[in-house]
Design a protein around this ligand. Sequence first.
Ligand code: NAD
Length: 432
Amino acid sequence: MNISIIGSGYVGLVTGACFAELGNKVICVDNDVKKISCLKKGVVPIYEPGLEELVKLNLKNKRLKFTSSIKAAVMASEVIFIAVGTPTLENGEADLTGIENVARSIAQNMDGYRLIVEKSTAPVETCAWVKKTISIYIKKGRKFDVVSNPEFLREGSAINDFTHPDRIILGVESQKAKQIITSLYQPLNAPILVTNIKSAELIKHASNAFLATKISFINAIARICDKVGADVKDVAQGMGLDNRIGRYFLHAGIGYGGSCFPKDLEAFINIADKLGYDFQILKAVRNTNEEQKKFVLQKIKDELWVIKDKTIAVAGLAFKPNTDDLRNAPSVDLVKALLEEGARVKVFDPKAMGKARGLLKDAIFCNDLYQAARAADCLVVATEWNEFKELDFARLKKMLKRPLVIDARNIYDPKLLKELGFTCIGVGRGNG
Ligand SMILES: NC(=O)c1ccc[n+]([C@@H]2O[C@H](COP(=O)([O-])OP(=O)(O)OC[C@H]3O[C@@H](n4cnc5c(N)ncnc54)[C@H](O)[C@@H]3O)[C@@H](O)[C@H]2O)c1
């Protein structure tokens, strides 16, 4: 099929490259001209494992193209995906300016039937607005359908998640739309759930809100564990062995972050409010998450007493491993809070240093974790990168002024580190 993807970020680019790999002719569009000129040369401006190789391969075999012209893309495609950002406005509402702009441009450039697939995460009823907008700006006689197709990929494993999804959700209104979109996804051989449009839109918000709830729940349990001397890892394992609960998203730590959970939770609370429902559970989830970041800061203070003029090494800045994405990263909030308290903060992240330089101007950027740890009063692990799990602890001990590790992601066994001469303070490990 000839398809185009409008918005070539984490979601749009992965979607475009994967559909090209499946044999479709794909045009990826973005209004960021610099991004498009990089992508045309096969240079991917974000870090996502395997993505650059896939983009290069499909550019070479001419199944993937890049442009900043929505017009050219709309003219050439039967199916048009919308994958632009939907950031949070100050009042918590989702900013749907990008979706509205794109819907208008699609309408103005359609020369025949088009299937418009809304993939950006947006509040329920967004597709109805897309449909209305297109109807206003479309030339007389042109036909179209709108489909809601929320995306569930995770940064860091986005290609595998796209090609091997647990499920594909399709919110449709017509048989024609259903036939086109299901045949596009058929080669993935994955479970497809077809619903009405509003249900599909709600599935995305409900799923993200539920996952965020699991994280805040286990973080609350971690607080109790610390108070009574229990180990949250054991508690989570014991809970997770129950199939009704499941073992995923039960990792206590510094709280969730990233470009999705905080934003989507906020948007869901906001839309629920507008619909006349006070979504108290989600408000508590959000508050617990905010408290968790402060809790880690308090753990550092409990060990170092005065933060001012202390040197603190922070390992990991990205909101999770295998990505360079810093959007709403709890580690960034932590570094900012430490800087505000007057600490010297030395930071290292395997992939996010470039993006972090603009964001954390007063931090000291180091080439590796050991350099960050040199002469530091403690090391804080803020992102659970695999390479941090297998350290040369003897070397680390020599570097640190004091062998103190605040393990905000629970990647170490505190007992093992104690044997190696460290004090290791985790989250909910019953040791402070
Ligand atoms: N990142 C994730 O892990 C993830 C997962 C599932 C769903 N989502 C959702 O997918 C959507 C996109 O997320 P993302 O992480 O890819 O965002 P992103 O910021 O990485 O990419 C969005 C892209 O859209 C472009 N854009 C914005 N307005 C445009 C316009 N009018 N015309 C053309 N291009 C435009 C931007 O320049 C940017 O390159 C969001 O709604 C997000 O919530 C994201």
